[in-house]
Design a protein around this ligand. Sequence first.
Ligand code: ATP
Ligand code: MG
Length: 368
Amino acid sequence: MKRIAVINQKGGVGKTTTTVNLGAALAFHGQRALLLDLDPQANMTVHVDKRPDLESNTLTNLLIDDTPLGELVQKTAMDNLFVVPSDTSLAGVEQVLANRIGRETILRRALDKAKAEDDYDFVLFDCPPSLGVLSANALVAADYVVIPMQAEYLSLQGMAKLLEVIDLVQSQLNPNLQIACVLPCMLDSRTNLSAEVLSEIEEHFGPLLTEARIRNNVKLAEAPSFGRSIFEHAPDSNGAKDYAAFALEFMQKVGLEVDPALLADDEEEEYEYEEEEDDEVEVEGVEEDAADDDEDVTEEVVAEDEDVAEDDEDTSEADIEADEVMEDEVAEAEVVQAKEAPEEPLDDPELIERADEPPASAEAEAEI
Ligand code: ATP
Ligand code: MG
């Protein structure tokens, strides 16, 4: 079972889109893939056609009540693709767990305890746009991290903080954790800015930057309102091609054998950027629903943007500080600096202190 955290504390960069479509691509290649929605916004739950308000069993039950994973997993419309949905109740989890010992290791313990029939080839965690207890659980449980990023100057801000947190988790709680890749999302090659920022990202991340590029593609934005992955919604779109190419690259990165014929096809792909695709994909009987859903989605995105704007205000000081750290060599950022930025939820002194003390993590281990 390979566990993948799709994470970036910046909002709206393509985490959910990447989780769903990477999971769908893996399922398409015959891998049993399980998606866990770790975001109280429950966008991923909607994306795979579940209704957050109607789901009685959600990830909250696993984190708070120790409900076994197997009781929470649901099928999706795709063979081999499964999901544990979430809803807004997940927002209260951070508070409920505030004083619980070993709160960062709950997800890892639950996955370790999963029964043989719940053994998946891949478990993907869609993380929220913050670095709190939910993201900590994802990083502690994961083998690999995938970082979706937009090619904008502000995207690099905050990255030092994320790398610091990954370092901290690696050194204190999860030595197996590796960054699998940094995936550029929502690319618009018409701007020179994208190319400049991409080369800056490459400077920082070197070979961790994927060859694959996810272009801006309206079909990717539409797919959630149909409750489908891009491969079901618009298989010929650039969005489907880009995520298929990314999935192949990802599978190689994590040591899976990939049919060479597929790779040959992949190499022929040329990146042509489009203004916008306007070829409609007809889906019987759901046009009206989809129109309604689109409105909902628009409202949701506006609401998310507002949240994100608030988040940005909250974290701007920490981000500036983090950016300075990045200039001074990101990879060597020290835990001490994390302590000095109290605005970030993961800088919760309790967590840092606990992470600093081997006995506490040993205590968590003992519980497993
Ligand atoms: P959050 O931080 O709020 O969880 P996120 O990082 O999960 O956001 P997504 O929800 O995947 O980001 O994407 C944000 C919005 O952009 C969504 O409406 C999604 O449909 C759309 N989107 C994602 N990728 C693309 C793309 N390549 N082209 C066009 N639209 C995209
Ligand atoms: Mg999301």
